[in-house]
Each structure stands twice: as structure tokens, then as C-alpha cells.
Design a protein around this ligand. Structure first.
Ligand code: SIN
Length: 311
């Protein structure tokens, strides 16, 4: 009876859980692993126009309550992911998948998005405006003027379903300002949140990752309250046509439940997927279904966005 089905931009998914871009999605083998698990879909590693080696290793470390990473957008280049997706959409026409991408400059972002626009790709595109790990490149979505300009330029030519991956915001005024920009555009979704950028984790007297002298994006349990706040803040402010994907601190079915309660239509798993493998999707789905059963909810619509406040 209980179903965790969902939809984004009119595309239906059998389950609301999927990977977060960056985890289990660099190679076709990894993407196939997520596709053939209990996850409802997958998103690719964020693709740049060309192959990137990324930052030097060690660049990802599990830490007690999550993870720290400074990967630096290693990826196989747009064509690798796009060719795979074009093939897959013929083989599995009833399923929809996400392509994550960003250029190393606004010009490159436009080149990539124009290639996707001109291709036969029928899935969802996620423009990553939030990578904190490329030395010398700020997180785009912290610069509202640039974000507004890029989106205005993109929607001049891009007509396929598009969403954006956001960094966490920490100020109510920034939620207001960011939402006012996003509401101007025909975005299909925003994904809240990428890692909390530029944390430091120390063991004995040393950092634990090499790039940027140890500064890296923090994921996992550390970030759930921030992720939930961003999901709910945008759920309250965005036009209802812009759906929310909730990402950050999903270890259990309870965490997924909280993201949906805050307004998420889809929930992504990053650090936990890295620690546990694709079996995490089955476990978290079962835990979520048990909570729904206990509460008498049959579908996500029964509780999505219905967070209660104290009068
Ligand atoms: C990375 O490749 O550095 C992580 C991806 C991201 O944070 O967007």
C-alpha cells in the first residue's frame, strides 16, 4: 500500500531516493550500479566539457559524522555521460535520469548546455552552481548577480527541463534574495544542498585531505539541519512549479522523511552511499516505508511540506 513514488517535472520515479552527484556516478559501471539498485534514478558526476583529473589525492575522507572532500570536479567529460544517457534512454524508455554539468567558465557552461539542447537527450539536466572545491573558482550561486545573469542567458536558448544544485545559504535575507532570482526563471527544480564548503577536519595535528591545505566540503550528519533549513526555506519561497530535491545528512529513513516533510520531492544520498554502497537505498527505503506505515501515510503527498510549527 505504502509508496515512495514521486515525480519531478512530470517525470515519474518509482522511488524518491537517488544518489547525490559526486557519489557512485563517475563511471558507467557505477551509474549502472545505482540504476540497478532500489534507487528511483541516478544523477551523473558533474560533467565539464572535457575530461578533468580533479585535485590531488587524498581528496575524500570519511570522518566520524560524515565526510570531507575536495575532489575538484574530476569527471570523464560531457560526451562520456551524454552518450551513455542517449543510449540508455533508448534501452529504458520508461525511466528518466539526471545529467549534472557545469563549465569552468560561463562560456563553457553555455557551450555544454547548447550541446545538451541540440542533442536528443530527454532527461533532466542539473546545472551545478555550487562546487566549493576548484581552486580559484568561487561557488557560483553565492554571487547573486552572476547567477541571475547566467540563468537569464541560459533560458534564452535552453528549453529542456533544467534545475540547479545550490550551496547552503545561512541567512534569511539570502533565502529571500536567491528565491526572488530563481522565481524569475522556468526552473523545474532546485537541489538543496551541496556540501558545506571549506570546512577543516583535523586528526592529531594534521588535516586529512591534500588539496587546498585540507579545506573541503563537509557532508553527512554534520549538515542535516542546514540542509533541512534550505529545503524548507526554498519550499516556502519558490513558485510551486519549482520543485525541491533534498540532499544532505540522509543516513536513515527518518532523515529522508524529514527532508520530504520540509518540502522535498526527491531525496539524494551522498556520504551514506559512499560509506555503505548501493544497499543503502534498500535499507533507507524500507525505513521510510515503516515510518509512513506507522503514521498512516500512503504516499509522499500525504506529508510533503507539512512541517508543523509551534504557535
Ligand atoms: C567536487 O568534485 O569537488 C565535488 C562536487 C561538488 O561539490 O559539486
Amino acid at each position: 500500500m505504502v509508496s515512495t513514488k514521486t515525480q519531478i517535472a512530470g517525470f515519474e520515479f518509482d522511488n524518491c531516493l537517488m544518489n547525490a552527484a559526486g557519489v557512485a556516478c563517475m563511471t558507467i559501471e557505477e551509474l549502472e550500479g545505482v540504476k540497478n539498485s532500489a534507487a528511483g534514478t541516478f544523477v551523473t558526476k558533474t560533467a565539464t566539457l572535457d575530461f578533468r583529473q580533479g585535485n590531488t589525492e587524498p581528496r575524500y575522507q570519511d570522518i566520524p559524522l560524515g565526510s570531507i572532500n575536495s575532489m575538484g570536479l574530476p569527471n570523464n567529460g560531457l560526451d562520456y555521460y551524454l552518450d551513455y544517457l542517449l543510449d540508455l534512454q533508448e534501452k529504458e524508455p520508461n525511466r528518466t535520469f539526471f545529467l549534472s554539468l557545469v563549465g569552468m567558465s560561463p562560456e563553457e557552461t553555455h557551450t555544454i548546455l547548447k550541446k545538451v539542447q541540440e542533442s536528443e537527450f530527454r532527461g533532466l539536466t542539473e546545472l551545478n552552481l555550487s562546487c566549493p572545491n576548484v581552486p580559484g573558482k568561487p561557488q557560483i550561486a553565492y554571487d547573486f548577480e552572476t547567477t541571475d545573469r547566467i540563468l537569464a542567458e541560459v533560458f534564452d536558448y535552453f528549453t529542456k527541463p533544467l534545475g540547479i544544485k545550490l550551496p547552503p545559504y545561512f541567512d534569511i535575507v539570502h533565502f529571500d534574495q536567491a528565491a526572488a532570482i530563481f522565481n524569475k526563471y522556468p526552473l523545474k527544480f532546485v537541489n538543496c544542498v551541496n556540501s558545506i564548503g571549506n570546512g577543516l577536519y583535523i586528526e592529531d595535528e594534521s588535516v586529512v585531505i591534500r588539496p587546498k591545505n585540507g579545506f573541503g566540503g563537509i557532508g553527512g550528519e554534520y549538515i542535516k539541519p542546514t540542509a533541512l533549513a534550505n529545503v524548507h526555506a526554498f519550499y516556502q519561497r519558490l513558485n510551486p512549479q519549482i520543485q525541491i530535491i533534498g540532499t544532505g545528512g540522509v543516513l536513515t529513513g527518518r532523515d529522508a522523511f524529514e527532508h520530504i516533510l520540509c518540502g522535498a520531492s526527491m531525496v539524494q544520498v551522498g556520504t551514506t552511499l559512499h560509506k555503505e554502497g548501493v544497499g543503502a537505498f534498500d535499507r533507507i527505503t524500507n525505513e521510510l516505508k515503516t515510518i509512513m506505515e506507522e503514521k498512516g501515510y500512503e504516499s509522499l503527498e500525504d506529508f510533503r511540506g507539512k512541517l508543523r510549527y509551534i504557535d
